[in-house]
Write a protein that binds this ligand. Sequence first.
Ligand code: HH2
Length: 297
Amino acid sequence: MAERDESSNGLSGDCWLWRCGGRQFDLARRVLVMGIVNVTPDSFSDGGRFAGVEPAVAHGRQLAAEGADILDVGGESTRPGAAPVSVEEELARVIPVIERLRAAAVGVPISIDTMKAEVARRAVAAGAAIINDIAALRADPAMAEVAAQSGVGLVLMHMQGEPRTMQAAPHYDDVVGEIRAFLQERLAAAVAAGIDRRAVVLDPGIGFGKTIQHNLEIFRRMAELAALPRPLLIGPSRKAFIGKLLDLPVDQRVEGTAAAVAAAIAAGVRVVRVHDVREMTRVVKVAAALAPWNTGP
Ligand code: HH2
C-alpha cells in the first residue's frame, strides 16, 4: 500500500488498517462506534438491566439496528470495587449471547470484553472478531497466544492497578507520558508474542486508575496519544468525570458523553466505546466530518 499522509498526526498507510480476523476496517477517514452490551448484574452504567441472555441479545440487536459498527460483549464488571467473576460464570454469561447474536445474523462484528484467555478463546470460537483486553495481556499469560493464533482484532488498554483497588489513590508524575510509554511497551510485547500489529488498537483507559483530573488531562492532551503508531479507542461513556463536571447521575450523561466523543474525534480518536449508540452515531458522523484529520470530501 502506498504511503500517504492522511492526518495531522502523521500516521500513514497501513497504520490506519485495523485487522479483525477475516475483516479489516480502514480508519483513515472513519470513526467506528462500538456499542456496549453488558451481561453483568453489577455494571456501573446500566445497573444490570441487561443481565440475562435474552435481554442482552435484544439489547445487542437494538444497538446493531441503531448503527453500531461493533458490539462489545462483557460478562465481568470492571466498576471500581467490583468483585471478580470465575471463568465458568463469565463463560455462562457471554458465550450464549455471542452465539445468539451471531445466529441472529446482525452482521455486526462482535468484540469480547475480557481479561481471561479461556473466555477470549471460547468467544472467538463462537464468532467474536475482536478481543477487548482491559489488562493489555497482563492478567492472563495465555491471552497473547489466543490473540496471535486467532488473528482477531485486539484492544490494548491502559490501567493503573486492578479494578478492585485502582481508584484508591491513582498517582502519576506525567499521566499522558506514562500512558504513552505503557501503550508503546504493550504494543511491542504483543508484536513480540506474534500478534499482527495491524490487529491492535490502543486505549488510554478513561477511569481506570485515574482521578477526574487525570481523565481531563488525557482529553486535553489526546493529540499526543493519537501520535502513537496504532489507532486510538476511547471509552468515556457515562463515566464519573462527566458526572462530576455536570453534577448529574449516570442516566443523565448522554450530552456530556457526546462532548467527550466529539473532542476525542477532533484529536484523532478512531473508535468510541459507548452505551448510547443512536445518539453517538450522529455525533460521530458530524465530528468526523469536521475533524482536522479528515481530508475527504
Ligand atoms: N470501560 C469499561 C469497560 N471496558 N474497555 C475499553 N477498551 N475501554 C474502556 O474505557 C472500558 C472498557 C467500563 O464501562 P462499562 O462497560 O459501562 O461498565 P462495567 O465495567 O461496570 O460493565
